[in-house]
Design a protein around this ligand. Sequence first.
Ligand code: NAG
Length: 185
Amino acid sequence: MRAPSFFFLSLLLLLLIHISIHCNAADSQLGSEKVTNLLFYLHDTLSGKDPTAVPVARAENAVPKPDNPVPFSTIYVVDDLLTEGPQRESKVVGNAQGMYISTAKKGLTLVLGIDFELTDGPYKGSSFVVYSRNPVMQGNGRELAIVGGRGLFRMARGFALLQTVYLDNVNGDAIIEYNVTLLHH
Ligand SMILES: *[C@@H]1O[C@H](CO)[C@@H](O)[C@H](O)[C@H]1NC(C)=O
């Protein structure tokens, strides 16, 4: 058998150099990834003359009852305020726009599709996106997936840990602590 030609070996070497350059580029991008922690409070207000969450649709046979105020299939559109502290008078740091859908046949689970934009501080104008299941009844520490972002949070992924600070069982008004961990470029 003939030994591989010099030409063939040179080609192979060029190919290997090419692959190695590309791997290094991927590595350095991973290396420059930032971790950002955010803590804020979301005010989901269903009551009063100026609610920030409104029901827009539900199945014909889904009737809200006192023991099941958000029946399966209900869709809410939200423009909720985000504040620095848990009080409503606390400094506003952003808003959460999107929707949540009641998706559980039993119990209460909301699937959120919401863009959280910060309107204050170093990340003003940037946002991250939650698309995830929120098992409301599971209590504190429930986790939502963060699947993307805009601006300084471009390519973000991460998670948010939720804690209910306040819930009015009659009208549904809630204040939720969001403890967010983001990986982004
Ligand atoms: C936020 O969550 C992180 C874990 O991701 C935890 O270490 C930290 O103590 C939490 N902060 C608050 C204020 O709960």
